[in-house]
Structures are given as C-alpha cells and as structure tokens.
Design a protein around this ligand. Sequence first.
Ligand SMILES: Nc1ncnc2c1ncn2[C@@H]1O[C@H](COP(=O)(O)OP(=O)(O)OP(=O)(O)O)[C@@H](O)[C@H]1O
Length: 261
Amino acid sequence: MGKTASKPAILTAEAVTHYYGQRVGCRSLSLELNAGEVLGIVGESGSGKSTLLHCLSGHLQPTRGTIRYRRNGQAVDLYGLPVRERRRLLRTELGLVFQDPRDGLRMRVSAGGNIGERLLAEGLRHYGKIRSEAERWLETVEISTERIDDLPGTFSGGMRQRLQIARNLVTRPRVLFLDEPTSGLDVSVQARLLDLLRRLVADLGLSVIMVTHDLAVARLLAHRLLVMRRGELVETGLTDRVLEDPQHPYTQLLVSSRLLV
Ligand SMILES: Nc1ncnc2c1ncn2[C@@H]1O[C@H](COP(=O)(O)OP(=O)(O)OP(=O)(O)O)[C@@H](O)[C@H]1O
C-alpha cells in the first residue's frame, strides 16, 4: 500500500478490530497513511467506517489491534500512551471533524472560544494572541470575524462545519480525520466546503483520513480508497482505479450506486 522507503507512513493500523458487545464494528483492518496523503474510507451505512475512524483518531480504543502514529522519527502506539499524553496529542497533532458539528463543537462557547480552546490546551495564555489567531482562522474558513462572539447554535450547518475545521486546524495538526464532512449540507454548501478542504489540505500539507458514503466527495478529495463492507476491508487502491475499474463485486455495486441510494 504505497509506503515508500524514504517516507515511512505517518499512521499505521494493524489488524484493528472493535466490538460493541457482541456486534462487530470493524474487524481486522490494516492500513497505512502516508504523509500528505488523503485516504478515503467508503462503504454503505453500517459498514464500520465511523468505528474505524474513531479508533484511528484516538477516540475509541479498539478491542484488538494496534495503531501507531509516527512523531519525531518514532512510531508511538496511540493506545499504549498514558491517557493524558494521548489526549494532548488529540488536542494538538491530531484532529477529528465529527459528522455532527454538535459533537465536535462546544455549543455553549463562542466561535472564538471554540477555536481558542486548543491553543489554551497548548499553553498559550495571551488573550490578544488567542483572539487574533481565532480571527485569522475564521477568515481562513470564510466566516466573518464579526461572528467571533456568537454561539455556534446561531450558525448555519455549513458554517458550523467550517468552524469545526478551524477549531481543529488552529494547532496545525499533522493528521486530520474527517467523518462525513459534507453530509446533511445542501449541494452548493457542500461544494464550497469541499473547495475549502481541498485548499487547506494542499496549503497545510495535511495527511487526511476521510469517511464518506459519497463517492463524488471521495473522488474529489481522496488519493486512495479503502472500501468497507460489514466491518471488513474488501478492496483498496488508488481512487481512480477503484472507481473506474472496481475489482470486488461489492465495490462494483457501490460504484453503480445501487447500495448508496
Ligand atoms: N455505539 C454503538 N453501540 C453499538 N453498536 C454500534 C455503535 N456504533 C456503531 N455500532 C454498530 O457498528 C456497526 C458499524 O457502525 P458504524 O457507525 O461504524 O458504520 P458506518 O459505516 O460509519 O455507518 P454510517 O455511514 O451509517 O455512519 C453497525 O452495525 C452499528 O450498528
């Protein structure tokens, strides 16, 4: 899977399995994410995409398997770290954009406060600097700085999603995890968000793992795809190859959209 000798993968998952009681969330998933790469995870509803993403992003301890994150030339076992250290990583070097912005934002905290929180967690204490960074990030995600003191509940769906992105990117994470970033948004809002994401990924050199059930979104953003079915990996490859020449019968069904309507 695309690992080069000169650049070791930034994130490696080995045989990741998660059970909810008796129910399989995901099973025996292995993957590598290379620096600067966008990896898309696709599959129908209930195929285990979000479960895998939450395991990979450090938010859900797998029942079995290992996730290694490479930092300072060393691969660290994400769930082998002391909880405090893992939480610090989640607030700084890793970012997760939830499918529902209400899960990823503090709804009782202003837009500026939402962005500033991760800077505070990094130890920044200067109010003026935090506010100006928050303003800069609001501008970057195309939200008027006049809205800095407003609560996210007063924002539209697309604005909330962009605020979540700003909140995650303010600490310049190396890896960004996106869970259905455009779902629930109308088509023109989706297109604007996708443009923004493409620009940010390129400008910041982000490595991204993105879950989507929308193959058009996958085609636009992802270099490589991983297709899941019933918690397991069925096919992986470069996005164009998987979408234009799907090998597995399940992927063929997905591409013909029969499973995604
Ligand atoms: N909190 C939970 N408790 C119990 N079972 C769960 C929980 N979350 C997910 N599951 C189950 O795990 C399986 C995979 O679900 P998951 O949400 O990961 O799939 P998904 O591909 O992300 O689906 P969707 O696209 O609908 O979000 C499903 O059978 C689901 O019912």
